[in-house]
Design a protein around this ligand. Structure first.
Ligand code: C2E
Ligand code: MG
Ligand code: MG
Ligand code: MG
Length: 292
């Protein structure tokens, strides 16, 4: 009896797995060709410094525009690229392309911007990643202090010992480090104190409930004040509304990123947005003047 129930469960599981396995197999086969076909693009989402009312930087986000599958979201293909190891090649492409773009912007007079690039677990595990970063910076001529690497808590916690050494290598290079999706993992701020981190990015999940949800209010204000007492810059992710912005400004959150400011934009539009923002600062217009 137990056996047949077990088999039934197993078969259902197996059927479901077949469908998703087939879909994943199709995606990973397609993924292998993306670099050759030039199907990858970067988009850039601006980040705003609340104290200075200035665009402080951009986060580079990867997009896959596939002939076969249409637009595939990073959350759907990055895990596959990690499984196949292809993320190493893709990750280096992202880094190079992002650095080149920022270098170009600097030459067009958009200086003083931070460039944030997401780093996956496998990249960090590979011992030579600091060397890859050093080489890309050298090739592109971008100053190391401009670059900020975003790592998630789970990546750091999974390899705590090795991470510490690798992170130190980045600090030696002069590159900054941020913890992405902060609050969704298991790390404590006390643990972070021992890592050479510059920035924490509070996950959108906690920003969503602001300013109405008492728990999100408590978590967010605690992370901001503890982050500050550890000397960290605090960024709020996924800020969509004026009310969220008002709360974060009142709590002295350093920077915000999210649809309220701008969605991710292609390189050309992002540069336009940044220039226009600075222009609007001199002659305040609707969006800029709505800042607290
Ligand atoms: P993330 O690094 O936490 O990036 C923030 C995600 O939130 C982005 O999704 C962004 O488009 C989205 N977002 C920003 N503001 C808002 C908002 O106000 N509302 C909502 N609903 N969403 C907002 P995206 O571009 O789909 O990327 C998803 C995740 O994929 C990223 O999360 C990151 O973990 C990963 N990823 C993206 N690009 C790369 C990459 O080049 N390398 C690696 N390793 N991972 C990447
Ligand atoms: Mg990120
Ligand atoms: Mg995030
Ligand atoms: Mg995320």
């Amino acid at each position: 009896q137990a056996k047949s129930a077990g088999r039934r469960t197993f078969m259902r599981y197996d059927d479901a797995m077949d469908a998703s396995t087939r879909q994943r197999a199709r995606l990973s086969a397609g993924l292998r060709k993306v670099l050759d076909r030039g199907e990858l693009r970067l988009v850039f989402q601006p980040r705003l410094s609340l104290a200075r009312s200035r665009i402080s930087g951009v986060e580079a986000l990867l997009r896959w525009y596939s002939d076969e599958h249409g637009e595939v979201a990073p959350d759907d293909f990055i895990p596959l690229a990690e499984e196949s190891g292809l993320i190493l090649e893709i990750g280096e492409w992202v880094l190079r392309e992002a650095c080149l773009t920022l270098r170009r912007w600097q030459q067009h007079g958009a200086g003083d911007l931070t460039l944030s690039v997401n780093v996956s677990m496998l990249q960090l595990l590979r011992g030579n990643f600091p060397e890859v970063v050093r080489r890309v910076l050298e090739d592109t001529g971008l100053q190391p202090s401009v670059l900020e690497l975003e790592l998630t808590e789970s990546v750091l916690m999974a390899n705590a010992a090795q991470s510490a050494t690798t992170l130190q290598a980045f600090r030696t290079l002069g590159v900054s480090l941020a913890i992405d999706d902060f609050g969704t993992g298991y790390s404590s701020l006390a643990y972070l104190k021992r890592l050479p981190i510059n920035t924490i990015k509070i996950d959108k999940a906690f920003i969503d409930g602001l300013p109405g949800d008492p728990e999100d209010v408590a978590i967010t204000s605690t992370v901001i004040s503890m982050g500050h007492s550890l000397g960290l810059r605090v960024v709020a992710e996924g800020v969509e509304t004026e009310a969220q912005l008002g709360f974060l400004a009142q709590q002295r959150c350093d920077e915000v990123q999210g649809f309220w400011l701008s969605p991710p934009l292609d390189a050309h539009s992002a540069l336009g947005f940044i220039r226009n923002w600075d222009g609007a600062r001199q002659a305040p217009r609707a969006h800029a003047s709505s800042l607290p």
